[in-house]
Write a protein of this length. Structure first.
Length: 118
C-alpha cells in the first residue's frame, strides 16, 4: 500500500511539474509576441533625444545584441535611426542572420508618429 501511495504521489507531482512548465512556456511565448522597437543611433544621439522604453543598439552591433536579447527570429523588430539609412543597414544584417520580421521604421520622428508619440 505504501509503495502504491508513493507511486501515485510521484505521478501527481510529475504532472504538476509538467503542467507548470508548459504554462510558464506559454506565458513566455505570449511575452515575446509583441513588437520590439530598436533605436540604432549612436549613444550621443540617444542622449539628446530618445523614445522611452525602446532598446538602443548601435547599428554596427545589431546582430550579436539582438541574438542575445531576442533569440526568436520571428520576433517583430522595428528599427529606426535619424533618417532610416542605418536602420536599413541593420535590417539587412538581421535578415542575413535569419530574422524574418524586421521593419525599417525610418527615422525617430517616423517611429514616434507610427506610435502616436510626441
Amino acid at each position: 500500500m505504501n509503495t502504491l501511495f508513493g507511486s501515485v504521489r510521484f505521478a501527481l507531482l510529475s504532472l504538476v511539474l509538467l503542467a507548470s512548465t508548459l504554462w510558464t512556456g506559454a506565458l513566455a511565448d505570449e511575452g515575446s509576441a509583441g513588437p520590439v522597437w530598436i533605436d540604432v543611433r549612436s549613444v550621443e544621439e540617444y542622449q539628446e533625444s530618445h523614445i522611452s522604453g525602446d532598446t538602443r543598439i548601435t547599428h554596427t552591433d545589431i546582430v550579436p545584441e539582438v541574438m542575445t536579447l531576442f533569440p526568436d527570429k520571428d520576433t517583430p523588430i522595428y528599427l529606426y535611426c535619424r533618417s532610416g539609412r542605418r536602420a536599413g543597414i541593420a535590417k539587412q544584417a538581421l535578415e542575413e542572420a535569419g530574422y524574418v520580421n524586421v521593419i525599417n521604421a525610418g527615422g525617430i520622428d517616423d517611429a514616434r508618429q507610427a506610435r502616436d508619440l510626441k
